[in-house]
Unconditional design. Structure first.
Length: 309
């Protein structure tokens, strides 16, 4: 079975490469480290029966041009970049395991909370510019945390927040009553969450319903002292509105690990002192990369076994 890997992080990890080639000796990795567009992907996967992909868009048009591709293993947790119905119609198997990078993303989110609330990032920038600003912000302990989307990562985050004795309010499209008491969180409406939270963190997929979910209307509802964190998907936060809200001090600050376009091109947004920005590394701790890679590899092996029967 000819296997090709387009994902860059998998292709850079020597441990994963060794494991892949022990199962599939002829496997090809993306050793150039290139993030490929659709035409490049079509050419790259032209002779592959199975693929390991990350955030590359897998849609009906691409699949139609790759009729020999029968198995897609997802490196990562989100499936918004894969047209699952198009795969089903073409008998393409999709291998995916949710939550494998939950601790990595949850730790980064907690780090953002501490950095924003204690002004660690902004005062560091100011000190490098010669400004001795002793504004130490506020403690995270006891604050109200609003979580939008209560899946694997959000639940892991709640566990990490326990020592801080935060008041945690949550919102999701599903009924949270069966799990809310177990995690010690309070389900509320989005509007209540926007108005009451000192820090809001987003953990939803990017869908038609969540695109531009955080826009100027929401920023005007939030406290002027509050912070927004997005480690989920670019596009959930309207970046034009966020830039304006940060410039006008409608909210105190934000942290983005994901962007509508990656790498982002709005340098004016990136250079704001009240914005922390990172290059989509929330799920890219070494441990998470290995876990996601081994999950994808496991799906490939299972597919090979099933196909041989």
């Amino acid at each position: 079975m000819k296997v090709k890997v387009s994902n860059v992080a998998f292709s850079k990890n020597l441990y994963l490469i060794d494991k892949l080639q022990s199962e599939f000796p002829d496997a090809v990795i993306n050793d150039k480290g290139k993030r490929m567009g659709k035409d490049e992907l079509i050419n790259y996967f032209s002779d592959a029966e199975a693929a390991i992909v990350g955030l590359e868009t897998i849609d009906a048009d691409l699949l139609d041009k790759l009729p020999q591709l029968k198995m897609i293993a997802k490196f990562g947790v989100g499936l918004d970049n894969i047209d699952l119905e198009a795969c089903r119609q073409r008998n393409v198997t999709v291998g995916w395991t949710g939550g494998v990078n939950r601790r990595s993303v949850a730790e980064m989110t907690l780090g953002f909370m501490l950095a924003l609330s204690r002004n660690l990032f902004s005062t560091s920038i100011q000190l490098k510019e010669g400004n001795w600003n002793k504004n130490g912000g506020f403690q995270l302990t006891g604050k109200t945390i609003g979580i939008v989307g209560f899946g694997h990562i959000a639940r892991e985050l709640v566990l990490l927040l326990k020592p801080f004795n935060c008041n945690i309010i949550v919102n999701d499209i599903i009924d949270l009553s069966p799990v809310a008491s177990a995690y010690g969180v309070l389900p509320v409406s989005k509007e209540v969450l926007y108005r009451e939270a000192d820090i809001i963190t987003v953990h939803t997929p990017l869908t038609v319903d969540t695109k531009d979910l955080f826009n100027m209307r929401v920023f005007e509802m939030m406290k002027s002292s509050s912070f927004l964190i997005n480690t989920a998907r670019g596009g959930i936060v309207n970046e034009v509105d966020l830039k304006s809200a940060l410039q006008q001090k409608k909210i105190a600050g934000a942290a983005l690990d994901v962007f509508y376009e990656e790498p982002p091109v709005d340098t004016e947004l990136l250079q704001l002192h009240n914005l922390i920005c990172t290059p989509h590394t929330g799920g890219n701790s070494y441990e998470a990369v290995v876990a996601m890679g081994m999950s994808a590899l496991e799906h490939l092996v299972n597919y090979k076994i099933t196909r041989s029967k």
